[in-house]
Design a protein around this ligand. Structure first.
Ligand SMILES: [Zn+2]
Length: 88
């Protein structure tokens, strides 16, 4: 006999578990360079800049959309001035 729940979960307990299951909308910020919406702390996929520097070759990505060669290098960029900027 396989393992089995000892008791039925009440509706309240089931619903309390599901209260945290809703998907949150994707948080987007406006790119300072081109004004398009992008993920925070990510290079802009439209203009290829991060923190004012060009870090992605946008033309190369549009030529070969399947490969994403330069994205990995973004995480290792040094922060300018050591301060975090938050777009609110
Ligand atoms: Zn941009």
């Amino acid at each position: 006999m396989p393992p089995h729940p000892k008791r039925k979960l009440s509706k309240g307990r089931r619903d309390r578990r599901r209260a945290n299951d809703a998907l949150q909308p994707v948080h987007l910020v406006k790119c300072k360079q081109c004004g398009s919406m992008r993920l925070p702390h990510h290079a802009c996929p439209d203009c290829g800049t991060y923190n004012g520097q060009t870090v992605l070759d946008v033309e190369e990505r549009s030529r070969r959309p399947a490969s994403r060669p330069a994205v990995r290098s973004v995480a290792h960029l040094p922060q300018q001035g050591g301060e975090q900027t938050h777009d609110l």
